[in-house]
Design a protein around this ligand. Structure first.
Ligand code: SRM
Ligand code: SF4
Length: 565
């Protein structure tokens, strides 16, 4: 039988049901390829433990990853503790904060999948729509709002999530009510926004305040930049469209792209305008070629003017030209801060988002103990970190003592290069990983710290990111330095993004072995130390000096072997 395309599978799935319910009941250790594709819409990825697959070929190592959907990265203490319990009971004993403000569970067995989803549902956490060709988790600045206007902006993450939520009852029927097999599924819900084939590809939305790009707003399919007036009143949003990171090595038809500024819209126009953009993607996205199916390619191929006209035709109001906004900075919201209600919040660095216990840093146990005792609200950040909010000022000392007790380092004890770093999951769970990322990045950062130390610029505020393949899950192409998995233990090095996430980095060297990454960059770091302008960021320095000079610095041999002369 000919292999069904993803479009066929969606079309024939009866709104994402397919054979998932039946397959959950059989004794197979993994799903059919068709069910596996549909499971993504339910926030579930079938994976294999690639370490075990390599070392133990006798046994099956299939497992699933579950991604929660948490708009704005917000959850309460009970929900956090429930996820922590679930991680211990059904998953691999870790919680993974993602670059889109949510949690992933790794290592859940097929046999435990329904119970795991039910346990999440019990804590009022869903995974529906966290993956798949649909609107994903909506991002917004996670820091507690400073005023009612910021609060209104944050609430748009929930409003958009609700407006763009799929109508299918498949998730409930399959995982929660157990009615999918009993119900007459001829009654298929209407999906007014998505239709029965949903979107051609994933769709991502982020909301930023003008001046704070902590969500990397330009890398999203749709970005909203909130603009406030003289008296802090919310005037509206610049709507951006067409950002995305994914690319494939040696395929020039794929590329990262920053979103374009399309229009200024008023708060009451947000839902209508964003929904209209989603329908443009639905109607014009490439359903033949998934590598070319993101909204960014529509903007690239048809042009921004075409897009603006198409959007104008789909909304009931006239929009204005985008407004000028102050330059962005990126605030990671780490450390202690006072909220406007007098309470405190503390942002804690979680290396590459992995909440786990290690001998000297018992992050999972420590967070659990603090959250159990002090009941803070929780916000996850797009830099894979965690904020504990609504803390009584008198509890600060006790929390600090507990952080020390569990070996959780506060931000003052972490170098800037480590603090700014991001790495994607990669091995052993990601099926697309070419190289390591999360597991090796801490060591690469340690080497980076040593190099900066030797150069006497230990405090350099540089942003480096690593991914195990070019898909760009840690948004490497907006970093000042990026290491992108290329072949076994070798990386493509990109340089020249800026610290505020508004410029793309460029490919600088190819196929650099992991052990050569920092030694290769050291002459450039030395040159930066000696020749930078006052307060000049590393990425800006790179672009000012130019790649020709920098290639000379790293030496002909490195360039020849890396770029392939
Ligand atoms: Fe991603 C696919 C992990 C954020 C672009 N991403 C994957 C999969 C599901 C691999 C797969 O398809 O089999 C990875 C699962 C690994 C694992 O074992 O957990 C995966 N992506 C992640 C996370 C967990 C990385 C992290 O370390 O935090 C992030 C989860 C976000 C979330 O909570 O929703 C994650 N992925 C991103 C981002 C960053 C962002 O959205 O801000 C991007 C770049 C932005 C974009 O979408 O363009 C991103 N992921 C991709 C792509 C490339 C898409 C493309 O347009 O080409 C893929 C591959 C695909 O979709 O075919 C991918
Ligand atoms: Fe996997 Fe590649 Fe994404 Fe890393 S960037 S998580 S290796 S798909």
């Amino acid at each position: 039988m000919a292999k069904l395309s993803v479009e066929d599978i969606k079309r024939e799935s009866r709104n994402l049901r397919g054979t998932i319910a039946q397959e959950l009941r059989n004794s197979a250790l993994f799903f059919t390829p068709e069910a596996e594709k549909l499971l993504k819409f339910h926030g579930i990825y079938e994976q294999e433990d690639r370490d075990k697959r390599k070392t133990d070929r006798q046994n099956d190592h299939h497992q699933v990853m579950i991604r929660a959907k948490l708009p704005g990265g917000q959850l309460n203490a009970d929900q956090y503790l429930a996820m922590d319990d679930i991680a211990g009971h059904y998953a691999n004993g870790t919680l993974r904060i993602t670059t889109r403000q949510t949690f992933q569970l790794h290592g859940v067995l097929k046999a435990d999948l329904r119970e795991t989803i039910q346990a999440m549902n019990h804590a009022l956490i869903t995974s529906l729509g966290a993956c798949g060709d649909i609107v994903r988790n909506v991002l917004v600045c996670p820091a507690p709002a400073m005023n009612a206007q910021q609060q209104a902006v944050q609430e748009f993450a929930f409003k958009l999530n609700e407006a763009l939520y799929p109508k299918t009852r498949a998730y409930h029927q399959i995982f929660l009510d157990d009615t999918e097999l009993i119900d007459d599924s001829d009654i298929i819900e209407d999906e007014p926004i998505y239709g029965h084939t949903y979107l051609p590809r994933k769709f991502k939305i982020a909301i930023a305040y003008a001046g704070d790009n902590c969500v990397d707003v330009y890398t999203n399919d749709v970005g909203l930049v909130a603009i406030f007036g003289e008296h802090d009143e919310l005037l509206g949003f610049n709507l951006l469209a067409g950002g995305g990171m994914g690319m494939t090595h040696n395929n020039e038809e794929t590329f990262p792209r920053l979103a374009d500024e399309i229009a200024f819209i008023k708060p009451e126009q947000v839902i209508e305008a964003v929904t209209a953009v989603v329908t443009i993607h639905r109607d014009y996205g490439d359903r033949q070629n998934r590598k070319h199916a993101r909204l960014k390619y529509i903007l690239h191929d048809k042009g921004v003017d075409w897009f603006r006209d198409e959007l104008a035709n789909r909304v009931s109001f006239k929009f204005e030209a985008p407004r000028s906004v102050p330059p962005f900075a990126v605030y990671d919201h780490l450390g202690w801060h006072v909220q406007t209600n007098g309470l405190l919040y503390v942002g804690l660095h979680v290396e590459n988002g992995r909440i786990a216990d290690r001998p000297h840093e018992r992050v999972r146990s420590g967070l659990r103990a603090i959250i159990e005792r002090f009941n803070p609200a929780i916000r996850l950040t797009c830099q894979q970190n965690i904020l504990l909010t609504d803390i009584l000022p008198e509890d600060r000392l006790a929390i600090e003592a507990m952080l020390t007790e569990y070996g959780i380092r506060t931000v003052d004890k972490i170098s800037k290069i480590r603090r700014n770093g991001l790495a994607c999951v990669a091995l052993p769970t990601c099926g697309l990983a070419i190289t390591e990322a999360e597991r090796v990045f801490p060591q690469v950062i340690s080497e980076f710290e040593d190099a900066l130390d030797r150069l006497d610029i230990a405090d350099a505020n540089i942003m480096a990111r690593m991914t195990g393949c070019p898909n760009g899950c840690a948004r490497p192409y907006v970093a000042e330095i990026a290491f992108v998995g290329r072949s076994l233990d070798k990386y493509t090095v990109f340089l020249g993004g800026n610290p505020n996430g508004t410029r793309l980095a460029q490919k600088f060297l190819d196929l650099v072995h992991i052990t050569d990454l920092i030694p290769t960059l050291t002459p450039i770091l030395r040159y930066y130390r000696d020749c930078r302008h006052t307060d000049e960021a590393f990425g800006d320095f790179v672009m000012r000096v130019g790649f020709d000079v920098l290639h000379q610095l790293v030496g002909d041999e490195a360039v020849k072997s890396a770029v392939g002369d």
